[in-house]
Design a protein around this ligand. Sequence first.
Ligand code: PGA
Length: 251
Amino acid sequence: MRTKIVAGNWKMNLSVQEGVQLVNELKTALTNEKNLPAVVVAPPYLHIDSVVNELKATSIKTAAQDCSANKNGAFTGEVSAAMLQTTGASYVIIGHSERRTYFKESNGLLLEKIKQALANKLTPIFCIGEVLAEREAGIHFGVIEKQLQEVVFTLTSDEFKNIVIAYEPVWAIGTGKTASPEQAQEIHAFIRTLIGKKYDNALAQATSILYGGSCNAQNAPTLFAQPDVDGGLIGGASLKVNDFVQIIKSF
Ligand code: PGA
Protein backbone atom coordinates (compact mmCIF):
# COMPACT_ATOMS: atom_id res chain seq x y z
CA MET A 1 0.00 0.00 0.00
CA ARG A 2 1.38 3.38 -0.95
CA THR A 3 1.65 6.06 1.71
CA LYS A 4 -1.14 8.63 1.96
CA ILE A 5 0.37 12.03 2.67
CA VAL A 6 -1.03 15.45 3.52
CA ALA A 7 1.69 18.10 3.41
CA GLY A 8 1.30 21.78 4.27
CA ASN A 9 3.43 24.25 2.31
CA TRP A 10 3.62 27.44 4.35
CA LYS A 11 5.52 29.31 1.61
CA MET A 12 6.93 32.62 2.90
CA ASN A 13 4.45 33.08 5.72
CA LEU A 14 4.46 33.19 9.54
CA SER A 15 7.11 34.31 12.02
CA VAL A 16 9.10 31.58 13.75
CA GLN A 17 6.93 32.04 16.85
CA GLU A 18 3.72 31.81 14.82
CA GLY A 19 5.02 28.69 13.10
CA VAL A 20 5.82 26.99 16.40
CA GLN A 21 2.38 27.92 17.69
CA LEU A 22 0.74 26.48 14.58
CA VAL A 23 2.50 23.11 14.92
CA ASN A 24 1.79 23.09 18.61
CA GLU A 25 -1.93 23.47 17.88
CA LEU A 26 -1.66 20.90 15.12
CA LYS A 27 -0.10 18.27 17.32
CA THR A 28 -2.71 18.89 20.02
CA ALA A 29 -5.54 18.59 17.50
CA LEU A 30 -4.16 15.31 16.12
CA THR A 31 -3.43 13.64 19.47
CA ASN A 32 -5.51 10.48 19.79
CA GLU A 33 -6.58 10.60 16.14
CA LYS A 34 -6.28 7.19 14.52
CA ASN A 35 -5.73 6.08 10.91
CA LEU A 36 -4.33 9.38 9.75
CA PRO A 37 -2.27 9.83 6.59
CA ALA A 38 1.38 10.83 7.02
CA VAL A 39 1.32 14.51 8.00
CA VAL A 40 4.10 16.85 6.85
CA VAL A 41 4.65 20.58 7.35
CA ALA A 42 6.97 22.63 5.14
CA PRO A 43 7.95 25.86 6.91
CA PRO A 44 10.57 28.33 5.68
CA TYR A 45 14.20 27.26 6.33
CA LEU A 46 14.50 29.58 9.31
CA HIS A 47 11.69 27.81 11.17
CA ILE A 48 12.76 24.23 10.56
CA ASP A 49 14.87 23.68 13.66
CA SER A 50 12.19 25.01 16.02
CA VAL A 51 9.41 23.15 14.20
CA VAL A 52 11.28 19.83 14.25
CA ASN A 53 11.93 20.35 17.94
CA GLU A 54 8.27 21.08 18.65
CA LEU A 55 7.21 17.95 16.73
CA LYS A 56 9.83 15.58 18.04
CA ALA A 57 7.52 13.40 20.14
CA THR A 58 4.98 13.12 17.31
CA SER A 59 4.75 11.36 13.95
CA ILE A 60 4.38 14.68 12.10
CA LYS A 61 7.32 15.21 9.75
CA THR A 62 9.01 18.37 8.54
CA ALA A 63 9.90 19.30 4.98
CA ALA A 64 11.99 22.09 3.51
CA GLN A 65 10.48 24.08 0.65
CA ASP A 66 13.65 23.82 -1.45
CA CYS A 67 17.35 22.92 -1.24
CA SER A 68 20.49 23.85 -3.09
CA ALA A 69 21.57 21.98 -6.21
CA ASN A 70 25.12 22.17 -4.86
CA LYS A 71 26.77 20.11 -2.19
CA ASN A 72 28.45 22.95 -0.26
CA GLY A 73 30.74 25.91 -0.74
CA ALA A 74 30.55 29.52 -1.91
CA PHE A 75 26.84 29.84 -2.72
CA THR A 76 25.71 32.81 -0.65
CA GLY A 77 22.14 32.50 0.60
CA GLU A 78 21.79 28.83 -0.28
CA VAL A 79 20.93 25.95 2.06
CA SER A 80 22.26 22.48 1.31
CA ALA A 81 20.42 19.18 1.59
CA ALA A 82 23.14 18.02 4.00
CA MET A 83 22.36 20.95 6.31
CA LEU A 84 18.66 20.15 6.16
CA GLN A 85 19.35 16.58 7.10
CA THR A 86 21.14 17.71 10.26
CA THR A 87 18.04 19.63 11.38
CA GLY A 88 15.90 16.50 11.36
CA ALA A 89 13.86 17.45 8.28
CA SER A 90 12.57 14.39 6.39
CA TYR A 91 11.23 15.75 3.10
CA VAL A 92 12.04 18.53 0.66
CA ILE A 93 9.71 20.11 -1.91
CA ILE A 94 11.49 20.42 -5.25
CA GLY A 95 10.28 22.11 -8.40
CA HIS A 96 7.33 24.02 -6.98
CA SER A 97 5.84 26.15 -9.77
CA GLU A 98 6.72 29.31 -7.83
CA ARG A 99 10.39 28.24 -7.92
CA ARG A 100 10.13 27.39 -11.61
CA THR A 101 8.41 30.69 -12.47
CA TYR A 102 9.94 33.32 -10.18
CA PHE A 103 13.42 31.81 -9.85
CA LYS A 104 13.65 30.35 -13.35
CA GLU A 105 14.47 26.86 -12.11
CA SER A 106 14.98 24.50 -15.02
CA ASN A 107 14.42 20.77 -15.18
CA GLY A 108 18.22 20.31 -15.26
CA LEU A 109 18.66 22.27 -12.04
CA LEU A 110 15.79 20.42 -10.39
CA LEU A 111 17.43 17.11 -11.17
CA GLU A 112 20.60 18.27 -9.37
CA LYS A 113 18.47 19.29 -6.36
CA ILE A 114 16.80 15.88 -6.33
CA LYS A 115 20.18 14.16 -6.39
CA GLN A 116 21.35 16.25 -3.44
CA ALA A 117 18.16 15.43 -1.54
CA LEU A 118 18.48 11.70 -2.20
CA ALA A 119 22.17 11.68 -1.29
CA ASN A 120 21.18 13.16 2.06
CA LYS A 121 18.26 10.84 2.75
CA LEU A 122 15.57 13.47 2.29
CA THR A 123 12.41 12.42 0.45
CA PRO A 124 11.83 14.77 -2.50
CA ILE A 125 8.27 15.91 -3.15
CA PHE A 126 8.67 16.68 -6.83
CA CYS A 127 6.08 19.13 -8.20
CA ILE A 128 4.82 19.07 -11.77
CA GLY A 129 1.91 20.68 -13.54
CA GLU A 130 0.77 22.71 -16.51
CA VAL A 131 -0.12 26.40 -16.79
CA LEU A 132 -3.57 27.47 -17.94
CA ALA A 133 -2.53 28.20 -21.53
CA GLU A 134 -1.09 24.67 -21.82
CA ARG A 135 -4.31 23.10 -20.56
CA GLU A 136 -6.41 25.27 -22.85
CA ALA A 137 -4.21 24.28 -25.78
CA GLY A 138 -4.71 20.62 -24.83
CA ILE A 139 -0.97 19.99 -24.41
CA HIS A 140 -1.00 19.38 -20.66
CA PHE A 141 -0.32 15.65 -20.92
CA GLY A 142 2.83 16.33 -22.95
CA VAL A 143 3.98 19.06 -20.55
CA ILE A 144 3.65 16.75 -17.57
CA GLU A 145 5.38 13.88 -19.36
CA LYS A 146 8.34 16.14 -20.25
CA GLN A 147 8.69 17.34 -16.64
CA LEU A 148 8.87 13.72 -15.52
CA GLN A 149 11.15 12.57 -18.33
CA GLU A 150 13.72 15.31 -17.89
CA VAL A 151 13.94 15.01 -14.13
CA VAL A 152 12.79 11.99 -12.13
CA PHE A 153 12.65 9.52 -15.03
CA THR A 154 16.41 9.89 -15.41
CA LEU A 155 16.78 8.20 -12.00
CA THR A 156 17.27 4.48 -11.48
CA SER A 157 14.27 2.58 -10.08
CA ASP A 158 16.15 2.28 -6.78
CA GLU A 159 16.38 6.07 -6.63
CA PHE A 160 12.87 6.68 -7.97
CA LYS A 161 11.27 4.60 -5.24
CA ASN A 162 12.08 7.43 -2.80
CA ILE A 163 10.25 10.07 -4.82
CA VAL A 164 6.84 11.54 -4.03
CA ILE A 165 5.11 13.28 -6.94
CA ALA A 166 2.83 16.29 -6.47
CA TYR A 167 0.59 17.19 -9.40
CA GLU A 168 -0.14 20.89 -9.07
CA PRO A 169 -1.89 22.49 -12.03
CA VAL A 170 -0.41 25.99 -11.94
CA TRP A 171 -3.79 27.55 -12.74
CA ALA A 172 -5.16 26.10 -9.51
CA ILE A 173 -2.43 27.31 -7.13
CA GLY A 174 -3.62 30.08 -4.85
CA THR A 175 -6.39 30.97 -7.29
CA GLY A 176 -9.37 29.28 -5.64
CA LYS A 177 -9.83 27.26 -8.86
CA THR A 178 -9.40 23.61 -8.00
CA ALA A 179 -9.04 20.85 -10.55
CA SER A 180 -12.23 18.82 -10.48
CA PRO A 181 -11.86 15.37 -8.92
CA GLU A 182 -12.17 13.92 -12.45
CA GLN A 183 -9.45 16.20 -13.83
CA ALA A 184 -7.14 15.29 -10.93
CA GLN A 185 -7.85 11.57 -11.30
CA GLU A 186 -7.23 11.70 -15.04
CA ILE A 187 -3.77 13.23 -14.61
CA HIS A 188 -2.82 11.11 -11.60
CA ALA A 189 -3.73 7.93 -13.49
CA PHE A 190 -1.73 9.22 -16.48
CA ILE A 191 1.31 9.84 -14.26
CA ARG A 192 1.01 6.39 -12.73
CA THR A 193 0.80 4.80 -16.18
CA LEU A 194 3.96 6.65 -17.25
CA ILE A 195 5.79 5.43 -14.13
CA GLY A 196 4.66 1.88 -14.97
CA LYS A 197 5.95 2.20 -18.52
CA LYS A 198 9.27 3.73 -17.47
CA TYR A 199 9.92 1.38 -14.52
CA ASP A 200 7.34 -1.28 -13.69
CA ASN A 201 3.81 -1.63 -12.43
CA ALA A 202 4.85 -2.45 -8.87
CA LEU A 203 6.79 0.80 -8.59
CA ALA A 204 3.91 2.73 -10.17
CA GLN A 205 1.50 1.28 -7.63
CA ALA A 206 3.87 2.09 -4.77
CA THR A 207 4.41 5.77 -5.71
CA SER A 208 2.49 8.42 -3.76
CA ILE A 209 1.01 11.06 -6.07
CA LEU A 210 -0.36 14.12 -4.27
CA TYR A 211 -2.71 16.77 -5.61
CA GLY A 212 -2.07 20.46 -4.97
CA GLY A 213 -3.85 23.67 -5.93
CA SER A 214 -6.60 25.34 -3.89
CA CYS A 215 -7.25 22.15 -1.97
CA ASN A 216 -9.38 22.96 1.06
CA ALA A 217 -11.56 21.36 3.73
CA GLN A 218 -14.57 21.36 1.38
CA ASN A 219 -13.03 19.78 -1.72
CA ALA A 220 -10.45 17.50 -0.06
CA PRO A 221 -12.84 14.57 0.62
CA THR A 222 -13.86 14.18 -3.06
CA LEU A 223 -10.32 14.75 -4.34
CA PHE A 224 -8.86 12.22 -1.88
CA ALA A 225 -11.59 9.72 -2.77
CA GLN A 226 -10.12 9.36 -6.27
CA PRO A 227 -8.26 6.06 -6.62
CA ASP A 228 -5.00 7.62 -7.81
CA VAL A 229 -4.96 10.66 -5.51
CA ASP A 230 -2.78 9.74 -2.53
CA GLY A 231 -3.04 12.98 -0.63
CA GLY A 232 -2.42 16.67 -1.00
CA LEU A 233 0.12 19.45 -0.99
CA ILE A 234 -1.76 22.24 0.71
CA GLY A 235 -0.78 25.90 0.58
CA GLY A 236 -3.12 28.55 1.99
CA ALA A 237 -5.34 26.16 3.95
CA SER A 238 -2.33 24.69 5.79
CA LEU A 239 -1.87 28.01 7.63
CA LYS A 240 -5.19 27.60 9.42
CA VAL A 241 -5.02 24.76 11.88
CA ASN A 242 -8.72 23.86 11.79
CA ASP A 243 -8.79 23.73 7.98
CA PHE A 244 -5.58 21.74 7.79
CA VAL A 245 -6.81 19.25 10.40
CA GLN A 246 -10.07 18.81 8.49
CA ILE A 247 -8.12 18.15 5.29
CA ILE A 248 -5.91 15.61 7.11
CA LYS A 249 -9.03 13.86 8.39
CA SER A 250 -10.58 13.77 4.90
CA PHE A 251 -9.21 10.30 4.15
P1 PGA B 1 -2.64 26.58 -2.56
O1 PGA B 1 -1.12 26.22 -2.83
O2 PGA B 1 -3.22 25.41 -1.77
O3 PGA B 1 -2.61 27.84 -1.75
O4 PGA B 1 -3.31 26.71 -3.87
C1 PGA B 1 -0.72 24.91 -3.11
C2 PGA B 1 0.77 24.87 -3.36
O5 PGA B 1 1.30 25.82 -3.92
O6 PGA B 1 1.45 23.88 -2.98
